[in-house]
Each structure stands twice: as structure tokens, then as C-alpha cells.
Design a protein. Structure first.
Length: 120
């Protein structure tokens, strides 16, 4: 697996990607957030959450569930539903120079109907 150098500023693609994205270090400190994530968490501080611990912004049982997934240090994908809206959640580890450096959370809103394109 090829590893790319990690920047310390918010990547343009992360900032502008149309999904909730948070990149955290191995302790859960938020390093980067997409504009969508900043808007979603505006009441909690929005961009001011960068530098804070992501787990401090979750209540139980969600906090324990997220910590359990993150501690597995493997890519986990699941769907979640809240208020009738379904979302696809991806939590995956990221690495710096081959060593575990943290995790990225990507949450996509799912439309009621999703096309399924078969490519075989």
C-alpha cells in the first residue's frame, strides 16, 4: 500500500467534499473537518471543534459504540438512520509512515432510491 504524505492543514478535497468528513488522530483529536461537518456541528462550535476530542461530543451509547469501532483499527462500514434519514457511515484507520495515526469518519446521506450498477 502506497502512503501519501500527510498535510497539517485542511485538504481542499476534504473541505469541499459533499459529505460529513472528520479526520482524527489516534487519540480522537479532530485534525480536519469538511465544510459539511462544520455546518452539521455548528451548535457544538463548528470549525472550533478542530483540535478537540471527537469523543467528547458524543453521548452514550453512541460514544462507547464509536470508541469500540475505532479501537478495532480496521475499516468499518454501516448504515444509520435518524429522523427518517438514512446515512452510510465509514470509519477507517489512516497511517503515517506505516504506523497507525488515527481514523477518518465519512458520513454520506443516502437517497431513498439508490441505483445499483452491475459491472460484470
Amino acid at each position: 500500500m502506497s502512503l501519501l504524505p500527510v498535510k497539517t492543514t485542511v485538504s481542499e478535497w476534504i473541505a469541499t467534499y459533499p459529505a460529513e468528513i472528520m479526520v482524527c488522530d489516534q487519540d480522537g483529536t479532530i485534525l480536519e473537518m469538511s465544510n459539511v461537518a462544520i455546518q452539521i456541528y455548528e451548535k457544538e462550535g463548528g470549525a472550533k471543534m478542530i483540535g478537540r476530542n471527537v469523543f467528547e461530543h458524543h453521548t452514550e451509547p453512541g460514544k462507547s459504540q464509536m470508541m469500540n469501532v475505532v479501537n478495532q483499527k480496521r475499516h468499518v462500514i454501516y448504515t444509520a438512520e435518524k429522523g427518517g434519514l438514512k446515512k452510510l457511515v465509514s470509519i477507517a484507520p489512516w497511517y503515517r509512515e506505516g504506523e497507525y495515526a488515527g481514523f477518518a469518519l465519512i458520513v454520506l446521506d443516502l437517497p431513498a432510491k439508490i441505483p445499483n450498477i452491475i459491472k460484470d
